[in-house]
Write a protein that binds this ligand. Sequence first.
Ligand code: ATP
Length: 874
Amino acid sequence: MSSNVTPMMAQYLEIKAEHPDALLFYRMGDFYELFFDDAIAAAEALDIALTKRGKHLGEDIAMCGVPHHSAEGYFLTLIRKGHRVAVCEQLESPAEAKKRGYKAVVKRGVTRVVTPGTLTEDTLLDARRNNFLAAYATVRDEGALAWVDISTGAFSVLSCDAAGLGPELARLDPKEVLLTEAGEAELRHIVEDAGAAITVLGNAAFDSTNGEKRLSRVYSVGSLEGFGTFSRAEIAAMAAIVEYIEITQKGKLPLLRPPMRETRTSAMQIDASTRRSLELVRGVNGGRAGSLLSVIDRTLTAGGARLLERRLSAPSRDLDQITARQEAVAWSLEHGDIAATVEDRLREVPDLDRALSRLSLDRGGPRDLASVRNTLAQAETISETLPDELPHVLAETAQDLTGQGPLLDLLDAALVADPPMLARDGGFVASGYDAELDEFRSLRDEGRTVIAGLQSRYAEQTGIAALKIKHNNVLGYFVEVTATHSEKMLAAPLSETFIHRQTTANQVRFTTVELSDLETRILNAGGRCLEIEKRLYSSLKDAILEQAAALFNLARGLAEIDLTAGLARLAREENWVRPKLTKGREFVITEGRHPVVEAALAPSGTPFVANDCDLSDESIWLLTGPNMAGKSTYLRQNALIAVLAQMGAFVPAREATIGIVSQIFSRVGASDDLSKGQSTFMVEMVETAAILNQADDRALVILDEIGRGTATYDGLSIAWATLEHLHEVNRCRALFATHYHEMTHLSDKLEAVANATVSVKEWDGDVIFLHEVKRGTADRSYGVQVARLAGLPATVVDRAKVVLEALEQGEREGKQKAIIDDLPLFSATPAPAPQKTAPSEVEARLKEILPDELSPKAALDLIYELRGLVRTSE
Ligand SMILES: Nc1ncnc2c1ncn2[C@@H]1O[C@H](COP(=O)(O)OP(=O)(O)OP(=O)(O)O)[C@@H](O)[C@H]1O
């Protein structure tokens, strides 16, 4: 290194060398500073000023900085833009550094690396969503995905091959995925598709043998067997997660809950494009708005909201589990008064999971202590509100709410009602909790009163009424009497207490051991208060963390109760019913509704038209009907009802019986994926292929107008063959919407195919949508009428009608091609619409004629006259 590198810059470069892939936030006093390329990148991403600071190897050093107290917001912006941030703090005060030598540089070190998957700060997180960090590992031919939310400690793992990775990532929506180098090469596109950041770790991090040891150490167990039997790949994936947390949190581990082993067969399989098209947790725009989640969320706590999203993302396939959850919702619905009281309490419940996680990472504060206290207080009331007789799910969770009385009492006694954010400034421990603290506080706050008290005591003791305790900068506190009393003061017994300090012209000044003690104590009281509070903070935190496992269960219990009460309220408010789930293949929905479309229509007062669906015998319905009639809505609503039913919720219908659905596939509408260089048609075919290759006989498949992205006959043939495949090979339940009316003949040939249509009325050349689904076929598509409603120019609409008629006539006569060839070309200049043109002269003249009254001569004259009229208009 060049000799003109300053010691500070040398330190910076050394630390930066350890974090080449992160922007290094280097703490200098009240600021974090960035240098060199980091500064240039950060200044651009944060839109802040780029300056210079000194030179390095003859070149200016680029620099930018942000105040440390507002740094979190900047971290978030950088992370959203795809950066990682290494936070380098001062590990000692400048005064401490000076003790080591005049020129010593303050010790610094990276205390954490902020990455998208490892956030814990409330300000950086969406309270109502999980923030998952995932890792994918393969050992020999086995693959596994592990994921954790370090802000809540929830840790899970699943065996999953590479083909299953995309759907799982779509379900979990992790913010960051850890891969090996080889894994990155193979799986990058899948992870990027899921919108997660990729972090590559060395193979050692994924080593399953060391991993097992690492995990056992984290959970302080001899072996992982107590948590379940894990495959090598599962251990490798979990180990990588733990390793990465240790790297980013610089050795501090959050409280991880024991790993939960999931199996792919336990949840309904829903792939990424189906999730998008059904808009389960995100609407078309990527936000919550317009999603199913947004209309069913009645939860009152952050934990409840997160649980709801997880359940909705992974509806169950386990009949017993679903039934147990339904029982809980039904109970809550029947006991509205109890549920209402519970809900009032839930409104006051803070985010316990996240508070615990921050406390365990030493990133918490007094407010997190208060969050624990407030949660415990509410949990206690809730458990008192709940009766003894409860359905299984609620009985289990109610148990988790109890048993924390001692901790609650401790926190109640120790904390003020509304503590400040930071422990650093003190002021959060309640008075009366710690005698020493109370004393120092009164000293700090009431120094003058304590001195006044001492003064009157001394006055009494000496019998000198004029005795004063005073303060100056030279002597500090001292006792002062007038010179007249000096003799008495300097003689025994008073001289034993009062030590002479100074004699002036008129006064004599003394100190006492007690007074100088008091003085030091007053001076130090503020500092001592902070120290004591810091110690108490630590001991309260430890008391909480000792109960971490029970507290996590309690948080989970509250979330379950919240979710149950929310689903019950939803059912009551929206008039939903409890569906009957079976192990068979039924699918009977009576008067089903689409919850999102219904909610969207509500403000306009337009009623939603409920529709039935029965796929029990004829398992494939071929739906034809005009554009805009409501086909897509109908298709989706049936899929959504299945999802809601299997997550344990009630459903928007009058009645529903559903044989458990193993997989849902939905191909609705076409969207270009130009970023991947795929055309609309290509995307459609890839997704259709996935369905035909994967759907089993318990799947529910929804296909909306497949084949429309290509030429008519190609499209029709593909749609035709697809339907046959679903019928013969997949043998699944399916709803198939199409504009190819030719396909309706398939119902004669294929036993399980039925025709259905969405009815419309034609009135005065306009279509009126009835939105009613009936058995049968549609006679036509009314596309041209719908186009007119959409505001297509009248000339185009008229022209389209002419073409349509010609085509239909051609089809009837089997000479379509010739007819099309015969059609004169469309002229772009608007031709006057025929019905609006005034009658021509010839027409006007013809109208006047009364043929019966014409003589042969007059008739001949008329012919000449008409001929003449035509000539003039030519
Ligand atoms: N059952 C219903 N009750 C009331 N309104 C409905 C119903 N179904 C659909 N609609 C209304 O009709 C609109 C069009 O519905 P949808 O998109 O499902 O039609 P579509 O037949 O799939 O049309 P296209 O074939 O053009 O894609 C919806 O946005 C909604 O406002």
